[in-house]
Design a protein around this ligand. Structure first.
Ligand code: NAG
Ligand code: NAG
Ligand code: NAG
Ligand code: NAG
Ligand code: NAG
Length: 481
């Protein structure tokens, strides 16, 4: 898995920290300026242009913000999961596999496949084990290689270290794919941690799974695939184009050229039907310096989804730390932690965190989780609870390096489904490239389940399963994982 990166990127943080802070504030100022100009321009445009409007567009915003055109694509959205070999739930909550989604995308592709990725190890040559469960990853690689000769296959990948296996990338390159490596170390002292696909500029996948065979059979992952949705694909395409651009220029434009700008964000989401249900969606992106005008930075989307919750916030992430994990000297970073405590206190929102525990879990996560879990007092209607999810491994599975872990990264509230690609610690929102899909279907009157209700069921299944254990003040990390 990606653990080796921690060490690799480590040394770089120190040197570049101050420069980043400056860049960040400059980016915010620039963004605000551009946004203001854009809003003014759009207001004028709105005055001059008659617009098509549907019933849900009219009521969706109390502030009079300019709104983009509605989208009438027949978008089909499907939650997809990787459930590690041997994991069993006593639950009827199941979703198609990520493997199946990728197979579908590969077989649907007619003109283009764009993939944003962290690293590639789809065959298990990397581990020296002989794992039959690597066959799904190997199938995907083979099919992508076949496509590479026939249509446009573009891959943006974090610049690999010398020591990293590059066989997959070499195979794809030799098969005709275009590959650009993004030197995130130099650009932001982070990594490109994003994982998404855009196919034929109309289907997308986004989620926690890396281009790693383990992500299909040995690591627990969650993502979402949206078919027949060119409006959304066009917007994700802009994030891809930003990585593609950076892969060549190796320099972050400031401001970004307007072709990277978006109309869709937390204040003016894209309005479209998802499975025939009126929905508001947008894509967020990190780090902030990668956000062109209009794009909501990932951290802002997380904080605003929390802000908007009225009764509950369920969070399932691999790592949770109120720190800049990789910074030297050490730095505390409590944006998310503070928001959770605040909504739990001020609005009595029920908060649940399901965090992963495995052999490589950093012990320092524990005191911070205990601290959050201590904000629990039914008398005062304080209700934050934390559990650890452990993916068990038999002796043979234990031999597979960096596997057997819950790697998913999502949040569901009484209103919103948030599906992301980032670990939850400061670095991921400040230095590292990641993105998320935010889905709001509160206007739905359809009897069909919303993404929010499906994601809630996934969370509840995992939370109440035998694989999860409450964190208490007496919990000892060693007892868990
Ligand atoms: C996300 O967190 C996990 C657990 O610490 C780690 O293995 C992985 O490297 C992290 N991702 C990145 C890009 O650092
Ligand atoms: C969700 O959409 C409804 C309208 O459909 C809107 O009133 C509400 O503010 C939205 N919530 C968020 C968090 O975007
Ligand atoms: C990719 O393929 C081209 C030829 O199509 C070759 O010139 C280039 O060296 C290859 N790059 C890598 C990293 O293998
Ligand atoms: C996408 O649209 C095509 C053509 O209208 C249709 O055949 C296909 O079933 C749709 N795919 C999904 C997953 O809805
Ligand atoms: C499923 O239910 C059985 C019987 O109640 C129980 O023994 C088992 O531990 C449960 N498994 C999980 C994963 O919750």
């Amino acid at each position: 898995m990606d653990i080796t990166y921690n060490k690799l990127v480590d040394v770089e943080w120190r040197r570049q920290d101050d420069r980043k802070a400056q860049l960040y504030s400059r980016c915010v100022v620039a963004l605000a300026t551009v946004a203001t100009v854009l809003l003014a321009a759009m207001a004028v445009y709105n005055l001059l242009t008659p617009r098509v409007s549907s019933s849900h567009t009219a009521s969706s915003s109390s502030i009079r913000l300019p709104q983009a055109e509605s989208c009438y694509d027949p978008c089909e959205i499907v939650l997809v999961e990787s459930i590690p070999e041997g994991l069993e739930f006593n639950s009827s909550t199941t979703h198609p596999s990520i493997f199946q989604a990728w197979l579908n995308l590969v077989s649907e592709a007619r003109s283009s496949v764009d993939i944003a990725s962290f690293y590639w190890t789809l065959t298990n040559k990397d581990t020296g084990t002989h794992e039959p469960t690597a066959n799904q990853g190997e199938t995907i690689l083979k099919k992508l290689a076949e496509l590479s000769g026939k249509l446009s296959v573009r891959i943006a990948v974090n610049r690999p270290q010398e020591s990293q296996p590059q066989d997959d990338l070499k195979l794809l390159n030799d098969s005709g794919a275009d590959i650009r490596t993004v030197n995130m170390r130099d650009l932001t002292s982070g990594v490109l941690h994003t994982k998404f696909w855009v196919v034929d500029k109309k289907h997308i996948y986004i989620g926690s799974a890396n281009m790693d065979w383990r992500s299909l059979t040995q690591v627990k992952e969650l993502g979402v695939v949206v078919y027949n949705c060119s409006c959304l694909a066009a917007d994700l395409g802009k994030i891809f184009e930003a990585y593609w651009f950076l892969g060549e220029s190796q320099k972050i434009p400031s401001p970004w050229p307007s072709s990277f700008s978006t109309l869709y964000n937390k204040d003016t989401p894209l309005q479209l039907p998802l499975n025939n249900t009126p929905s508001n969606v947008y894509l967020s992106s990190s780090p902030p310096s990668f956000c062109a005008a209009g794009r909501t930075p990932d951290i802002q989307s997380i904080l605003s989804v929390m802000e908007d919750a009225q009764s509950f916030i369920y969070i399932a992430v691999m790592n949770y730390l109120p720190t800049m994990e990789f910074s030297h000297p050490k730095r505390y970073w409590a944006d998310i932690d503070t928001q959770l405590r605040r909504v739990a206190y001020e609005r009595r929102v029920k908060v649940r965190l399901l965090i992963s525990c495995w052999a490589s879990t950093q012990p320092v996560m524990f005191p911070f989780l205990k601290s959050l879990a201590s904000v629990y007092d039914p008398m005062n209607k304080l209700d934050i609870q934390v559990r650890l999810f452990v993916v068990p491994a038999n002796p043979k599975q234990k031999e597979i390096p960096f596997a057997r872990v819950n790697h998913n990264k999502y949040m569901v509230t009484d209103k919103i489904a948030y599906i992301g690609t980032s670990n939850w610690s400061g670095d991921y929102f400040v230095h590292t490239a990641g993105s998320a899909l935010v889905v709001n279907q509160t206007a739905s009157r359809s009897p069909d389940p919303t993404v929010q209700s499906q994601l809630k069921a996934v969370f509840e299944r995992d939370w109440s399963s035998d694989y999860s254990t409450p964190v208490t003040q007496n919990s000892n990390l060693k007892d868990f994982c």
